[in-house]
Design a protein around this ligand. Structure first.
Ligand SMILES: [Zn+2]
Length: 277
């Protein structure tokens, strides 16, 4: 797949992305977060929307958001309730007082958005698209940029630098496929992901991601035709090249595939192993 890279961004800087849109990259780099979480500042007719406050325990990131917005924040939007996106919410909300915005059903006991958006609802010019798969409460936000670009904040559903982790039970592979299909029906010009740089002509990568996942499923089915195997053994076979730090995440991905295939009647679970029907 044609993934993008970018140099380590200026920490604490407000980096221009498109007219009316900028980002601050949190200092939480890692094998699953790339250079860190993107916190977007979006100019809207209702004021500045901050999308994804970022991870907790990074006070310098909250200070940067406050500095670059002057504390004048209309809404704190949350793409999904993973800690690297929502962790800083409480601390930031305490400082700026803006209401939080998220999906109608939160995936986190400790997060109950002040404003709940269902699929297709619009707030401050941002339209929420429920896109479960990576997380059950995952929202993408669509917005027309000032330069006419149709922008989609794709968060961790589709990222420019890597595939997404789909880890059950919050992650669901069947939902993930459907949410990729949903994006293929649209004509967005550019995706602004939760990690990594902007992605132009985004549907090419979405199509490649779908093809990649189908290839994985075929490989799982083929391996099981040789005999029953555990999730771990399947991961070890399929992901022999993977970064050792990502083996656990890879095993979650394989489990997500197996649960989808189980629903579709393609595999059967026998205790600790999986087999073909
Ligand atoms: Zn993330």
């Amino acid at each position: 797949m044609a993934f993008l890279t970018e140099p380590v961004p200026d920490r604490g800087a407000n980096l221009p992305v498109l007219p009316g849109i900028s980002r601050i990259v949190a200092n939480n780099p890692g094998p699953m977060t790339y250079h860190g979480t993107n916190t977007y500042l979006i100019d809207t007719p209702k004021g500045t929307v901050v999308l994804d406050p970022g991870p907790e325990d990074h006070p310098e990131h909250i200070e940067a958001i406050m500095r670059h917005t002057g504390g004048q924040i209309a809404y704190l939007a949350i793409s999904h309730t993973h800690h690297d996106h929502v962790g800083a919410l409480a601390a930031l909300q305490e400082k700026c007082g803006a209401p939080s915005v998220g999906f109608t059903v939160s995936g986190l006991d400790t997060f109950n958005p002040d404003i709940k958006l269902a699929h297709g609802e619009t707030l401050a010019g941002l339209t929420a698209l429920h896109t479960p798969g990576h997380a059950l409460d995952h929202l993408c936000f669509s917005v027309p940029a000032a330069n006419g670009d149709k922008v989609l904040f794709s968060a961790d559903h589709v990222m420019s630098w890597s595939t997404s982790i789909v880890s059950p039970p919050g992650g669901d592979m069947k939902d993930y496929f459907a949410s990729l299909d949903l994006l293929l029906q649209r004509d967005d010009d550019v995706y602004l992901p939760g990690h990594g740089p902007a992605l132009r002509e985004p549907r090419e990568l979405v199509r490649a991601m779908l093809a990649h996942r189908m290839m994985r499923e075929t490989a799982i089915a083929r391996k099981l035709q040789e005999g029953p195997a555990s999730t771990f053994v399947l991961m070890d076979t399929l992901y022999s090249q993977v970064d050792p730090r990502l083996r656990r995440a890879a095993e979650r991905n394989v489990l997500a595939h197996l649960l989808k295939m189980e629903i579709e009647g393609k595999v059967i679970r026998d205790g600790d192993v999986w087999r073909t029907p």
